[in-house]
Design a protein around this ligand. Structure first.
Ligand code: A3D
Length: 319
């Protein structure tokens, strides 16, 4: 039987997710949105490309949770995106309310789904989603690290004129301006980036600029678009997580997951490398951090904790 992926939110990322999933033939797709017409219109539009692109999946749109019943995967983008000048944290109040409704909807209809959250501010919203829904922690995961890592690798490849597939790197921590580019684990054509800096092939200052551009990668796009935020790369990143789960690929991917002592961190969601397979988050990989990375990771986690405290003030039910 074909697998079923429900996309909660049929906006910019939701529509792109549906298109990518269809092109890959990964699963049947249900687009859900409070704006039912948007969901139905996009589903029909993508379905009408199937004769051209030769895929064979069902696409439908709805505003009724019953139609999302027994989904294998749910990807959540319901919420509002940033406007120029806004931080991700500015979205907290409004997106928290939306995520509470979504949690109510999915816990009744798809309690066994693997749930990927993309709505910002990511780490706090995915943690709230897990608490509101009561779904198992290894099945409720946030997408951010793949996107941040992908941006970092792209910028490095442009700078060093090296193909992206010859660069390995991770960006960890919270999905905000405190995210941590793991320079200690960054390799370009098999060589540590720290070696390249020592050899003078890349200056420290230039590397720092690239790290900074990565941290502000979302804001750079928000500024260009003027309306809305990035959606092609975020959607591609979400699909990679869904595919690793559905096909049991056991890929190692940086994702926002619940930490229970790993990285000396407890009771909070933050970005770390994990193995995603048919059991959801199957393993949390503990990398050896350099002292700098450790300090920055702690700072990043602290900022997620502070924002979660703010969320608890907005909704005391979150305790
Ligand atoms: P957008 O195009 O506005 O789509 C959001 C959709 O959610 C709209 O179609 C709304 O109608 C719908 N919606 C609102 N409330 C509900 C509800 N209660 N139930 C169902 N649907 C609802 O936004 P987008 O797709 O560009 O972005 C979606 C979210 O992803 C935003 O919060 C962004 O900030 C976030 N985002 C996260 C990343 C990460 O890397 C984590 C990257 C880019 C965007």
């Amino acid at each position: 039987m074909k697998k079923k992926i429900t996309l909660i939110g049929a906006g910019q990322i939701g529509g792109t997710l549906a298109h990518l999933i269809a092109l890959k033939g990964l699963a049947d797709v249900v687009l859900f949105d409070v704006a039912a017409g948007l969901a139905k219109g996009k589903a029909l539009d993508i379905a009408q490309s199937s004769p051209v692109n030769g895929f064979n999946v069902n696409l439908s749109g709805t505003d009724n949770y019953q139609d999302t019943k027994n989904s294998d995967v749910i990807i959540i983008t319901a919420g509002v995106p940033r406007k120029p000048g806004m931080t991700r944290d500015d979205l907290l109040g409004i997106n928290l309310k939306i995520i509470k409704q979504v949690a109510e909807g999915i816990k009744k209809t798809s309690p066994n789904a693997f749930v990927i959250c993309i709505t910002n501010p990511l780490d706090v919203i995915v943690m709230a989603l897990q608490k509101y829904s009561g779904l198992p922690k290894n099945k409720v995961v946030g997408m951010a690290g793949i996107l941040d890592s992908s941006r970092f690798i792209y910028f490095l490849s442009q700078e060093l004129k090296v193909p992206v597939n010859k660069i390995k790197s991770f960006v960890l921590g919270g999905h905000g301006d405190t995210m941590v580019a793991m320079l200690g684990s960054t390799e370009v054509e098999g060589k540590k980036i720290t070696e390249l800096v020592k050899e003078g092939k890349l200056t420290k200052e230039r590397l720092a600029q690239i790290v900074d551009r990565t941290k502000k990668g979302g804001a750079e796009i928000v500024k260009y678009l003027e309306k809305g935020s990035a959606f092609y790369a975020p959607a591609a990143s979400g699909v990679e997580m869904a595919e690793s789960y559905l096909k049991d690929l056991k890929k190692q991917l940086p994702c926002a997951v619940h930490l229970n002592g790993e990285y000396n961190t407890k009771n909070i969601y933050a970005g770390v490398p994990v193995i995603i397979g048919s059991r959801g988050v199957e393993k949390i990989i503990e990398l050896n951090l350099t002292p700098d990375e450790e300090t920055n990771f702690k700072k990043s986690v602290e900022s997620v904790k502070d924002l979660f405290d703010a969320a608890k003030k907005i909704d005391p039910e979150l305790k």
